[in-house]
Design a protein around this ligand. Structure first.
Ligand SMILES: [Zn+2]
Length: 344
């Protein structure tokens, strides 16, 4: 770490680790991976709760994502009372670790999107592919080495970065960010169009979804040094500007994001990905042409009989459903994401 401590460290629940981190890295935020906690819930609570376990799990999931500490502690007490868990040792353990896993406590700490479902699924599927009961440690390290050697990625594995809006902010970001980071920001840019802004007397903005009357976010814009802060803390947590901030920047006539919002770790220039977005774009166009060609042939062939048409329609509906359910982030994108959270 070259004399510097990480901002954040992610671990499983482990009292030895907690003590060691508190002693050796007192300025580092200790975050417990929520996926580890969720994987333990069944073995801890399904037996004592019996048929109530499903309700408990649903309530627990809701608690994990509450935004304010006050709400969390209030709802936690209700949960414990409702399910009669006052003297349960695992409830006591989870509560003692609450500042390390509940979103309300950790949302202003940088975790580089490593707690997202996409990251967890991608990691899971990667490990399942390379690990079996017979895998020895040497083979494991060899496989990880092969997977992280981005220079050996084949042309087919290049992650295309399609533009989805006509906003110049998106086009500009594509030229700077890694495919992984661009996909995440692009999603926020698209959703930002669904938000309404109300300017306050002090120059800050209230931002809310056009269909929701509650759940406003406060966005503070400081023009002198081009800083923007949102009460959702998404940028502090993931390093990607949130849809609320992006909405306000659009109102402020920004056509490119300020430099400070392209973190070093998410830039193409600082990643191991071979540069050459232009080549990727050419390939992207070739790819689209190939798709159109197959689709046109499929249409011609399927219109020959009703039986053919019904078959193609049914299969395509299934294919579309399957594709929509696939993880948004694939292993290639995961490989591009830096594997530590020690710097921003
Ligand atoms: Zn926000």
């Amino acid at each position: 770490m070259r004399g510097r401590c990480p901002q954040t460290i992610l671990t499983d629940i482990d009292s030895g680790l907690r003590e060691a981190i508190a002693r050796e890295l007192p300025n580092t935020k200790h975050v417990v991976c929520i996926w580890h906690i969720l994987s333990k819930l069944s073995s801890w609570f399904s037996l004592p709760l019996g048929s109530q376990y499903a309700d408990f799990k649903a309530d627990f999931n809701m608690l994990c994502h509450l935004e304010s500490v006050e709400d969390f502690e209030h709802q936690w007490n209700l949960l414990v009372a409702r399910f009669g868990l006052v003297s349960d040792k695992h409830i006591a353990l989870l509560f003692s670790y609450r500042a390390s896993w509940a979103v309300s406590y950790i949302r202003s700490y940088f975790v580089a999107r490593m707690l997202t479902a996409e990251f967890s699924q991608s990691l899971d599927s990667f490990l399942k592919r390379i690990l079996s009961a017979q895998t020895c440690l040497q083979v494991f390290f060899e496989q990880v080495g092969i997977a992280t050697n981005l220079q050996s990625q084949t042309r087919e594995e290049v992650h295309y970065m399609h533009i989805k809006t006509c906003m110049p902010i998106e086009e500009h970001a594509r030229s700077i960010l890694t495919p992984y980071a661009f996909n995440v920001l692009q999603h926020e840019i698209m959703l930002s169009m669904q938000y309404a802004t109300t300017e306050m007397a002090n120059g800050s903005y209230l931002v809310r979804h056009y269909r929701k009357m509650d759940g406003e976010f406060l966005v503070i814009w400081i023009p002198d040094n081009e800083q923007i802060h949102c009460s959702c803390k998404e940028f502090e947590h993931s390093g990607t500007l949130c849809r609320h901030s992006l909405r306000v920047l659009a109102v402020k006539n920004y056509f490119e994001l300020p430099e400070r919002y392209f973190l070093h770790r998410w830039r193409l220039e600082s990643s191991l990905v071979p540069m050459g977005v232009e080549n990727a774009q050419i390939s992207s166009e070739e790819c689209a042409q190939a798709f159109h060609s197959v689709a046109a042939t499929l249409l011609t062939e399927s219109l020959i009989s009703k039986e053919r048409f019904d078959y193609v329609h049914r299969e395509l509906a299934g294919l579309l459903e399957h594709v929509r359910n696939m993880p948004v982030v694939d292993e290639f994108a995961l490989n591009i994401a830096p594997n530590n959270v020690s710097e921003s």
